[in-house]
Design a protein around this ligand. Structure first.
Ligand code: BEZ
Length: 210
């Protein structure tokens, strides 16, 4: 059972991984982090997901983001499966996969949803800020592979809105107009957003991405 919510501190843990033992906080350092679970090694959708994440190495690096995968399989299973991922997805897995055989981390993060499957993890995603607070939680079922472009998009939004008094509208992508936070007065907005802003309604003010 886990009651983790947005804004909570992501719990630290030590775990065995495909790249040796890690301490989660030490692994993250001052970076942003993505901790994501998949149901099982040697399964088709997971194979495409981990291959995709490996191919996005530069995109994650550009965003100062470290990724860490997890399933309840052991390290030897992970290592054998990584060879298959590299071969079939034409890539090199370049991040550790936690071997959570005792489900310590899965339970801590609520990655097992017993009414969906009582032994395997679902497809959970946690995005964690450098201060170790949880900024995003998404859960997908085993049947549906994740959209990692969407994850990059959310990280862009999280990183922008962490430092600027803006929020990002529906379907926003890097470089598009953003909305000014309701807490900012029009007077303050003139200083904060020198490119100007459009007041569609008093609560809906658009400005070029700062
Ligand atoms: C898959 O990754 O393909 C998968 C894993 C568990 C259940 C169903 C599909």
């Amino acid at each position: 059972m886990s009651n983790l919510r947005l804004g909570d501190k992501a719990p630290n843990f030590q775990a065995a991984t495909s790249e040796g033992p890690i301490d989660f906080y030490e692994y993250l350092g001052d970076s942003w982090g993505i901790l994501f679970s998949h149901p099982a090694d040697y399964t088709p959708v997971c194979t495409t997901e981990l291959g995709t994440v490996a191919k996005y190495k530069d995109a994650f690096q550009k965003r100062n983001t470290k990724v860490l995968a997890l399933s309840v399989d052991g390290t030897e299973s992970h290592k054998g499966w990584i060879r298959d991922i590299n071969e079939t997805q034409n890539t090199e897995v370049n991040f550790p996969i936690i071997a959570d055989e005792d489900r310590k981390v899965s339970d801590m993060y609520g990655m097992i949803h017993p009414n969906a499957d009582d032994t395997l993890t679902v497809r959970s995603v946690f995005v964690i800020a450098p201060d170790k607070t949880i900024k995003l939680m998404i859960t997908y079922p085993a049947s549906t592979g994740r959209n990692f472009d969407e994850l990059l998009r959310v990280i862009d939004s999280l990183q922008l809105t962490a430092y600027k008094k803006v929020a990002t509208p529906a379907n926003w992508k890097q470089g598009e107009e953003v909305v000014i936070s309701p807490s900012v007065s029009n007077e303050e907005a003139k200083t904060l957003f020198p490119k100007g802003f459009k007041e569609v309604k008093p609560y809906l003010r658009l400005t070029p991405q700062p």
